[in-house]
Design a protein around this ligand. Sequence first.
Ligand code: ADP
Length: 167
Amino acid sequence: MNMKIAVYPGSFDPITFGHIDIAQRALKVFDKLIIIVSDNPHKNALFTAKERVALIEKCLVAYKDSIEIHISHKLTVHETASLGATHMVRGLRAVTDFEYEFQLTHANRVLDRTIDSVFFMTDNKYSFLSSNTVKEIAMFGGALKEFVPDFVAEETLEKVKKKKDYL
Ligand code: ADP
């Protein structure tokens, strides 16, 4: 069978209901989704790449037969081709996402014309939701239950607390 494979790249620091929604919807279009967690030393992440993978695995355990999760140190478009995928999945929230994605998609097309990008419009419930919002709310001890699964909320609050103790 000719499997339709896509990658879904991002920081996922941490994974939110917005990311989960995009992954679930992408799985209605593609047979397999490979989530690529970027491990970029220039981005000051709260969770290590391995911790982010563990949280994603737990959130998407119901889809474990059709999802793989990888950590990447390469350019996403190169990683996509080497994994045998044909498409990159991204989510769009506001106009600011569009501008960023527009540039990124064109740069990727220059690097590899065989890889195309597919965009899913955010669910209106999650249009304002980002990993940064979750981290900021956690920093001030706010409730996270509308934004991330409970175990992600607990680990985020724990991490933020450790960072504060450290500072
Ligand atoms: P990046 O560091 O690439 O922005 P993110 O982890 O923030 O990575 O997001 C990965 C992808 O998921 C991006 O395409 C982003 O637009 C999308 N995304 C994140 N949050 C949401 C959301 N609430 N609704 C829809 N898409 C989202």
